[in-house]
Design a protein around this ligand. Structure first.
Ligand SMILES: Cc1ncc(COP(=O)(O)O)c(C=O)c1O
Length: 498
């Protein structure tokens, strides 16, 4: 006999859900109290052993153990997963999620609505439409614009390049989703040398080949040089190559630098090439009066990626692809499927969002995002980015003033890149890499790592603070930097294997 509270969206199920969420939160709070930093104080092998011991028969048993098993999972998860709300978590573009967003996300789970068809989730469809409209307005787009939520910035960039590929193919021959190489033309996608790797991966997936990507050099402030882009486009032989898109980045992953969007848009326009702006990281500036000027010109892009699971503090995933002309979606993903959205249903108003997306079943991710803006307003979210920007500026000053640290790049948005200054310069890469692992091992501090091209072409290891906790204080940043220096000294004394 199945329990009456088995299904979430029943009255009994909702009552049980309330109890379960309360108990899970209690267990998670107990788990959190047992930790001393953003990561568990153990090695990967120790964690593997711990989880093996917790689940000697794996996590897919034949017979379930009921709610106690769930509560044990919650406690162990809170104790040993990453704690992004810890002020010493500063590694990745992965923010702590907002309580309001996590709570509203429960709605997506309860009702399991899907936005592909109207009858799979009518309310969620309406909310996504309104969310997209609001974001288009903030980006400076007009009434013809449109957009869709996607599972991430990589997916948004992929879909933007799909649209660009199809538009380019349509230019040379009126075909839908045609391969460019079939026309004897090698496709070309231009982006800065600091563009996210998902651009190249999208080219590979779309059959353009990673070799379609030509990188344009950046200036000292890590921004694409528009004159170099212009030169690259002037050098294109129209008999052999077909420019598909220029991709500008508004918020590079490491530096937060924003390509000069007006200038890049002007060059792209002059050469008749589509412009995509990857604002996966920089999108938070849409909500901030202080930082919005960085995005001036974004409205000139044909398409824009926004990752609200980065700088709008959403639980993943909440990425959005916007298009200045919503018809772009129709030509690339517009699709009528007999069992989902037949023409006559659509004509009668029963249309979902299937034709905008590469997915079919699609989660109601718009609910948590809408709930966030409804609760906090764009001002509330923008204020959070301002707070992180303040922290990054503090970190920049603190690194510059610290005798044991060397500043590589200061704050544009909320990242700062630097290095621990080793006594032996030849040991810099090994020591900086090892000191970060040492911090991981203690679980006390979580800083990022990247490599940076030097003038002679060598790439050297650097550290990075990605500051996305708006409640962290400047003293937390100071603690993080002290932890880096202490770990650096310990590694120098004990060796990089420590
Ligand atoms: C600039 C930029 N674009 C795209 C992405 C990919 O986003 P996602 O991890 O959501 O796929 C990232 C990830 O950090 C990024 O920094």
């Amino acid at each position: 006999m199945l329990e009456p509270d088995l299904l979430a969206a029943s009255p009994a199920g909702l009552a049980e859900l309330g109890r379960l969420v309360r108990d899970i939160a209690r267990e998670a709070a107990a788990g959190l109290r047992r930790r001393g930093g953003p990561l568990p104080a153990m090695s990967p092998e120790e964690l593997t052993r711990l989880v093996d011991e917790q689940f000697p028969h794996g996590v897919v048993p034949r017979a379930g153990a009921g709610r106690d098993a769930v509560l044990a999972l919650a406690r162990a998860c809170a104790e040993t997963t990453v704690d992004l709300a810890d002020p010493r978590a500063a590694a990745h573009l992965q923010p702590p999620s907002l309580a309001v967003a996590a709570a509203a996300d429960v709605l997506a789970g309860i009702f399991n609505a899907s936005v592909d068809t109207w009858d799979s989730g009518p309310y969620a469809v309406e909310i996504e439409r309104r969310l997209v409209k609001g974001l288009c307005r903030l980006a400076g787009y007009g009434p013809e614009s449109g957009g869709v939520l996607t599972p991430g910035g990589s997916a948004s960039n992929l879909q933007a390049l799909l649209i660009a590929r199809d538009a380019a193919a349509a230019k040379v021959r009126d075909v839908r989703s045609g391969g460019l190489t079939g026309f004897g033309l090698a496709p070309l996608v231009l982006c800065s040398e600091l563009a996210h790797f998902s651009v190249a991966r999208a080219c590979a997936v779309l059959g353009l080949g990673e070799e379609a990507v030509r990188t344009v050099p950046v200036d000292r402030r890590h921004r694409m040089r528009p004159e170099a882009l212009d030169a690259a486009l002037r050098g294109v032989d129209p008999g052999t190559r077909l420019p598909v898109a220029v991709v500008a980045t508004a918020g590079t992953t490491d530096y937060g630098s924003v390509d000069p969007l007006h200038e890049v848009a002007a060059v792209a326009r002059e050469h008749g090439v589509r412009l995509h702006v990857d604002a996966a990281y920089g999108c938070g500036a849409l909500f901030s009066d202080r930082l919005r000027p960085l995005l001036a010109g974004i409205e000139e892009a044909d398409t824009v990626t926004l990752d609200l699971h980065k700088t709008a503090w959403q639980p993943a995933a909440a990425s959005v692809l916007l298009a200045r002309d919503a018809a772009d979606f129709t030509s690339s993903t517009g699709l009528r499927v007999a069992y989902l959205n037949p023409d006559d249903d659509g004509e009668a108003g029963y249309d979902g969002l299937l034709g905008l997306s590469l997915q079919t079943t699609r989660r109601a991710d718009a609910l948590k995002v809408a709930a966030t803006f409804l609760a906090l307003g764009t001002d509330g979210v923008g204020g959070m980015l301002d707070a992180c920007h303040d922290l990054a500026r503090h970190a920049e000053r603190a690194v510059a003033a610290h005798p044991a640290l060397v500043l590589t790049a200061g704050a544009t948005l909320s990242t700062v890149v630097f290095r621990y200054a080793t006594r032996d310069p030849a040991a810099s890469d090994a020591v900086n890499g090892a000191l970060r692992r040492r911090l991981l091992r203690t679980g006390h501090a979580l800083v990022g790592r990247t490599d940076v091209a030097q003038d002679d072409g060598r790439r050297t290891v650097h550290l990075k603070l990605t500051l996305l906790n708006p409640q962290a204080r400047t003293t937390d940043v100071d603690d993080l930097l002290d932890a880096v220096v202490r770990a650096g000294r310990a590694v120098e004394e004990e060796g990089t294997a420590a």
